[in-house]
Design a protein around this ligand. Sequence first.
Ligand code: AMP
Length: 214
Amino acid sequence: MLNIVIFGAPGAGKGTQATLLAEKYDFLHVSTGDLLRQEVAMGSALGRRAQDIMNRGDLVGDDIVVPLLDRALRQRSTLPDPDAAIDPWDRERNGMPHRPEGCIIDGFPRTVSQAQTLEFILNRLQRKIDLVIAIDVPRDELVRRIHDRAAVSGRSDDTEEVIRHRLELYDQQTQPVLDYYRVSGLLVSVDGSEMIADTNHRICSVIDAKLKRK
Ligand code: AMP
């Protein structure tokens, strides 16, 4: 059982890598960006509040994103949920799906305060972060990739001006989270400047080494 945070600037490929890893290791993949986009697509009250903020490339408030993350981690929790009505250890007997061997969290935390919130949420589920993987990509390569993605993604926050703003916010608010995890000894940086498969290979080596030590 391994709980991983995957970290990287917009365009670093964290969503792509998280999807590949979730498949390979049978991890639960929780992406706060995807959870928010789902709410927007459903037109829920949360989605309506998040939409303009996301379109501007700003960070949505913790009052919106934290409940979504909390719900996603609890619903598919691999450990007993303190508030669950049925005993979660009886999932299989209750006809519920197979437990993943861990989770990979993508897009959260984006601020130091969110990092503290994540510890709190996991702690309640008797879990902790085992590993933080930061995907390192030079700035000019990030900008090039986001431009390429913009041509196909249809994401309303992939425009020139919004991209610049998202990168600025990353430097100001999200970069300090790396120092937070560096101090706690959980951080491993991986070169993400080459092809998807190369980065994936590097990340898998880090995860395999960690799994062997467990
Ligand atoms: P992503 O798919 O991770 O690039 O996220 C897309 C957008 O969703 C971001 O630009 C933010 O507006 C919002 N978002 C995702 N995760 C968070 C978070 N942890 N805190 C605040 N806003 C978030």
